[in-house]
Design a protein around this ligand. Sequence first.
Ligand code: SME
Length: 164
Amino acid sequence: MNQKNETYVQVRGHIEAILAEPCDWVAAMATVACELHAAFDYFHWTGFYRTVRAAHLQVGPYQGGHGCIDIPFSRGVCGAAASTKQTQLVDDVNAFPGHIACSSATVSEIVVPIMALDGTVIAVLDVDSNNPAAFDFIDQEHLEAICASLGARFGHEAIGAIAK
Ligand code: SME
């Protein structure tokens, strides 16, 4: 197993152990952001944008520098992940039309949508790196697994917090 894969297996084990105790959606997002950010040197911004009303994301728990507050589903890499329900793996953000630059140091990013069991997008997990092409299928596979489990467990609670 390569080092990155091994680190993901370890960090997923930590997350699972911490979230084994009763906790809510915000506590879970904060824990995942912290554990992932601490585990990988190339994660320079690690956090969540939550669906707060129809087709609209707002920043949630994160680690790293300043994150923009509001992102509509129609904008940026986060918006693309939310509107297509597909992971966005971007090697060079400068080549991504409509990329929202919260930090000019960001070069690459991966954004994974989080769906409740009924398919509602409740949030996205956004990880940004100052390194070019920092993310690959290994990141995608593990981050998608983390997001799938968050969506299944906290989907109902998160949908309840979306303004009608
Ligand atoms: N990368 C995002 C914006 C959020 S910040 O970078 C933290 C985007 O273009 O969707």
